[in-house]
Design a protein around this ligand. Structure first.
Ligand code: NAP
Length: 405
């Protein structure tokens, strides 16, 4: 059935509207987790620990946690599954995947590929369900004693519900939850690089990634130049349209609710004094298409600087001092990704260490990669995915004491 990567990418574009080029990138990213964890499976080393008693030997074994239930969102319908499933299978677990209602086809396509690859029946299982059934299915997965591990990617609100369910049987949990990424541009930054990073970090997947910049903090000396250049770049380089059109960089948002949230954030900001530099409304294409938007004169009292927008809205806050920027950046109950642009080495160390996030991009706006640990602090989650650390989420450590030797 699945002849090539192109077919999988087309499924993604058809499911969630992202431009085909981005979907092709997701397929490569998605496959990288299977390749990476296939190699990591060979490095699940135990330990021999020097014992304190002469007649003892102490061993440490690493064993699979057991059945893992995996609940994933629609924004990366393939990669969010393989980032978990790759690690789980490498550790020796079987999995039950519940994909998002909007994007079940990628999960099922991966099932077909698992069959073709010779993965035994019952190892990779998919339970698609309608949104009406989601809460009930989620509860079963999180409470059934046969399930040992819950790995979830999605909103912080849903993560908290699943954590409560999982507490009853003390299941192992990994949570990749929402973000509210700051993107700080200091006076010392290379403005052109910062603009390119801003465009990529904010508008990829039409702003619908958990690591997308949610608020820009720009120092007063560089503010006007940055805003002017970013507005020009948005107008020149971003093209809203059908994901299957080659020139499209911005597909539709996932649904009407997502569009309403962006509108609500813009309306609230404008009512409190923000100015629309570009965009600001639904696109003339209609439906779920929205114009890439840039706002200035933004303050921390506005909704868009207090919660995740998950859409193509870039609010810019002007600041005076480094301490002020770090304080604003850290004044959030979540901490997934954070970005800043600076060419001052001392400032780079200071700010990288002070930001309360799990991932920092310094002079880079796109930082996710298979070999790097992905995850957040605060209410952005628990645990790490990808990298050499990701497999530990599916392994138990067993201590064996050999006595009387
Ligand atoms: P969501 O509503 O939490 O949905 C994510 C998944 O959870 C979907 O499969 C959804 O199913 C399911 N779900 C919803 N309510 C549930 C319940 N009560 N029990 C069990 N499952 C339930 O998240 P979203 O709004 O679609 O996705 C966007 C969010 O995900 C953003 O906050 C974003 O930051 C976050 N995200 C985080 C990461 C990360 O790695 N940290 C990556 C991507 C996205 P239905 O589709 O059927 O509702």
């Amino acid at each position: 059935m699945m002849e090539n990567k192109e077919e999988l990418a087309r499924i993604i574009t058809a499911e969630n509207g992202k431009p085909l080029k981005e979907a092709q990138g997701e397929i490569v990213y998605s496959a990288s987790f299977l390749e990476w964890f296939a190699e990591e499976a060979r490095r699940i080393y135990g330990d021999v620990i020097p014992a304190s008693a002469k007649d003892r030997r102490v061993l440490v074994l690493k064993q699979p946690v057991g059945v893992a239930a995996i609940i994933t969102p629609w924004n990366f319908p393939s990669a969010m599954i393989t980032r978990k499933v790759g690690a789980a299978l490498a550790a020796g677990c079987t999995v039950v995947v519940k994909p998002a209602e909007d994007t079940p086809l990628s999960a099922l396509a991966l099932g077909e590929l698992a069959n073709q690859a010779g993965i035994p029946a019952g190892v990779y299982n998919v339970v698609p369900c309608s949104r009406q059934q989601t809460a009930a299915v989620g509860e079963v997965l999180c409470t059934d004693p046969l399930v040992s591990k819950i790995s979830f990617t999605g909103s912080t609100a849903t993560g908290k519900i699943l954590l409560k369910h999982a507490a009853g049987t003390v299941k192992r949990v990994s949570m990749e939850l929402g973000g509210h990424a700051p993107f700080i541009v200091f006076d010392s930054a290379n403005v052109d690089r910062a603009v390119a990073g801003a465009l990529a970090s904010k508008y990829r997947n039409s702003g619908q990634t958990c690591v997308c910049t949610n608020r820009f903090l720009v120092q007063k000396g560089i503010h006007d130049e940055f805003v002017e250049k970013l507005a020009k770049a948005i107008e020149k380089e971003l093209h809203v349209g059908n994901g299957f059109d080659a020139k499209t960089t911005q597909g539709p948002l996932i649904n009407e609710k997502a569009v309403e949230k962006v509108e609500k954030h813009i309306k609230d900001a404008v009512s409190q004094g923000a100015s629309i530099v570009t965009g600001g409304k639904r696109h003339s294409l209609g439906k779920n298409f929205f114009e890439p938007t840039l706002l200035t004169n933004v303050t921390t009292k506005m909704l868009c600087t207090q919660e995740e927008t998950f859409g193509p809205l870039a609010p810019v806050i002007r600041f005076d001092t480094e301490a002020e920027a770090v304080a604003i950046a850290n004044a959030a109950n979540v901490g997934l990704a954070g970005y800043f642009y600076s060419q001052d080495p001392a400032q780079i160390w200071r700010v990288a260490e002070q930001l309360e996030v799990g991932m920092v991009g310094v002079n880079e706006g796109i930082i996710s990669s298979v070999e790097c640990p992905f995850g957040g602090v605060k209410e952005s989650g628990l645990g790490r995915e990808g990298s050499k650390y990701g497999i530990d989420e599916y392994l138990e450590i067993k201590y064996v004491c050999l006595g009387g030797l």
